[in-house]
Design a protein around this ligand. Sequence first.
Ligand code: K1U
Ligand code: ZN
Length: 177
Amino acid sequence: MAILPILEAPDPRLRTISTPVETVDDDLRALIADMFETMYDAPGIGLAAIQVGVPKRVLVMDLQEEEDAEGKPIRNPRVFINPELFDPSDEMSVYNEGCLSVPDQYAEVERPATIHARWLDEKGDRHETQLDGLLATCLQHEMDHLEGILFVDHLSRLKREMLLKKLDKARRARRAA
Ligand code: K1U
Ligand code: ZN
């Protein structure tokens, strides 16, 4: 297993449209293991393969919403291969989103509150269900990555430019330190 470097905006590879997975095999499962290690290390609650430079329709996620008796997050890893979203609700919800490819920058994004999804898991088994809450928000954010879309693209031009300027400034400060 390996921690992979995460691409950061404005890397043009983040604008790639990822291609469907043809076979769920051991090579893909090795990539998924590396993606989980990278996501937990970051730390984050989701990661799309394109964020580590692999243009395949694969997402990993762990919302880590539950804690054990010592307050340590209980792991609940989820894998989405070739995910499809459909039947979004008219009701919208707003969440202060972040992105490992736009480090340390957060902004409120409005998305459908519930959504139906179908996908394959790491064994190649099919799933279909309705999602809500942070799971729905995070899956829509990660699905955007598969289409080359970043959460900043949902903001007004003014807010996006301010946030990207802040990101650039923080990156320069990090390099100068
Ligand atoms: O870059 C990514 O796609 C991961 C991103 C997922 C996400 C977060 C919030 C709303 C929608 C999608 C992140 O994980 S950003 C980091 C973050 O939210 C977090 C990090 C540590 C603990 C808890 C949350
Ligand atoms: Zn992201």
